[in-house]
Design a protein around this ligand. Sequence first.
Ligand SMILES: CCC[C@H](O)CC(=O)SCCNC(=O)CCNC(=O)[C@H](O)C(C)(C)COP(=O)([O-])OP(=O)([O-])OC[C@H]1O[C@@H](n2cnc3c(N)ncnc32)[C@H](O)[C@@H]1OP(=O)([O-])[O-]
Length: 719
Amino acid sequence: MARYEQVQGTVALITLTNPPVNALSAAVRLGITETVTRALRDPEVKSMVICGENGVFCGGADIREFAKPMSGPPLVPMIAAIEEGEKPVVAAIEGAAFGGGLELALGCHYRIAHSKARVGLPEVTLGLLPAAGGTQRLPRLIGLAPALDLITTGRHVTAQEALKLGIVDQVTDQSALDLAIQFAQQVVGQPLLPRKLSTRQTPCPPDVDGLLEETMAQVKQRARGAMAPIACVQAVRAAATLPYQAGMQKEQELMATLFHSSQARAMQYCFFAQRAVGRWSLSSGAHSGNSKPRPVSKVAVIGLGTMGRGITVALVKAGMSVLAVETNKKQLEIGKQMVSAMLKHDAQKRNATPRLDLLHFTIDLLELKNTDLIIEAVFEDMALKKQVFKELSSVCKADAFLCTNTSGLDVDELAAVTKRPELVVGMHFFAPAHVMKLLEVVHGSRSSPEAVATAMHLGKRLGKVSVLVGNCAGFVGNRMLKPYLEQANFLLEEGATPELVDGALEEFGFPMGVFKMSDLSGLDVGWRIRKEAGLTGPNVDPRDPPRRRQGRRYSPLPDLVCEQGRLGQKNGRGWYLYDKPGGRVATPDPSIHKFLEEYRIKHGISPRQIDRQEVVERCLFALINEGFRSLDDGIAAGPEDIDMIYVFGYGWPRHRGGPMFYAGMVGLPRVLTRLEHYRQAHPEVPHLEPSPLLRRLVASGSPPINKWRDFLQRPHSQL
Ligand SMILES: CCC[C@H](O)CC(=O)SCCNC(=O)CCNC(=O)[C@H](O)C(C)(C)COP(=O)([O-])OP(=O)([O-])OC[C@H]1O[C@@H](n2cnc3c(N)ncnc32)[C@H](O)[C@@H]1OP(=O)([O-])[O-]
């Protein structure tokens, strides 16, 4: 797993050979150990170069090995042997040097990178810290503050930034390997000691304690309960305050607490789940391996409201030419100005030039005739969308794909008004569409594999995590959100406050609780949908009592709040009070508390003490229960799909793996028992009735999450 060659007479070339990313598996570590020893012993060899096969230096430790017992030589002494050796070693970095890969390079005496290479220590995103000396060598190389930034965020750094920071010694547009070999010959005979990072002092600012305290405070706030970022700060602190060996000891101790933690397991599950959802399959037998996307070069977006603008920006940022369409000149002008401003703002942040040349605007649908793919992003109204789809169907070329950006409307109903239902798919973007990583691609009953493949591929080009879902009201994400929101409202009726509910959910790790989130989205959005569904407003069945609709318990609280003119952040008043209309600073509102008290009196509800555990269980177990139903219905293909939708679209804390992974961690029998308990206490809430799949899994001994697909009633039936 490491090839050995002697080149240019005196240079030992060691190539890591473990495709696709040359991860440091036991065999690779053994290969490196043996070849380095050989090179150090061979008197003909004066210097060494380490590189990776297939244009990738190394993707780090082999994450798949973490769940198995340790075998093969450990990384720390392997890297120490390279550094301590008395022959210069040069790392030739092409592609990527991440995690243990960068730590290996830091053990080398010199680093040469290709201009397209990226480096970083992303262990924190796997619930770990760089435990092969990364927390001790990187600060000694680039200084305390930049090392804290890189290690606590895990961000990837370009070769140019790596050069500026001093992580690499040279960057080349040519072959990094050729340059490294040349370099390795030139440095023979130069003093090696100053190049051994373990012998250096960490460059620190005058107020080390101040910097560490400030960083710790920021990290704790960002971490939302994740342990790894905090351990990273503690480890880097050791690099600034302890001698090298003591720092290494601290690094190992901290890693030991993280390595077997449930958080690390959850985050490593997310790493693989994120990749697994890209490998979609349909019940027809079509899958990502046998269905080719059609090349798309001309894209159009219909409607320049909030969603349309975000989608347009996302497409342009991906380098695609976009035709943006509005109904009239005034709307077009507003949209044009806003999209241009968004692109300029984004480019400014990245120190780049905005690609305004890729944007074209029109109010004439006939201009769509040469477009390959159209994303309709008009108002969420079925009649309007149908009208747009009919027109698109007649003006667009016969093989153009028609995609609808909808958060839950029936894709089949829309496809039925076109002459090409097989080319219609749903693309559910999340606001703001140029920022949020999630894309639900909705497979209608007549969507062709090519249409699915094309939409999934487009999502990837936009840098999104695309998840294929079936067609039902709300698809996967919003369908599961419904019982979650419902429970939150019921908890208010029973005695909770918005602050109590939000506090419990934020403590769990959501960036925002459910009521703050509703205020941010605008309370009128759900109000309008409920009016259309006959749950509130003039279409309510007059025989329904105030807290029952369509045969089940209903809370009119959100409707009553809207009726008071409280629409959320946009007008400064919602479930909370805001500093100003459009303001972000939420404060609890005594008038909401009074309103809730009066409501309870009016409906004869005696408020009770509700604790945080009940909030978390009722909201999240109801959501998880709906997840099991979505799986059993074949709307979600697997638990990973649901988990990635929630992690990337709904702020589910990554260190808890996603709702279905979390259910497995809590224990399926416990989820079942608690749902049964709450169902008994609230017999009028059908969402609390445990799903048949959950019951089957528990009856079968609660198999691990990767075996759940074997228990599905109708695998992929709706996909
Ligand atoms: C004591 C230990 C200390 C040490 O500090 C700990 C670490 O190093 S922790 C590690 C710190 N390192 C990291 O966190 C870096 C993790 N890796 C990455 O960020 C990206 O893979 C990389 C940027 C390298 C390439 O991106 P790309 O070109 O878009 O390609 P892709 O992403 O689609 O991956 C292709 C295939 O390779 C697989 N695979 C990848 N890496 C690993 C791995 N380390 N292991 C195993 N497998 C890995 C991946 O699952 C996929 O498999 P499949 O079956 O085809 O789905």
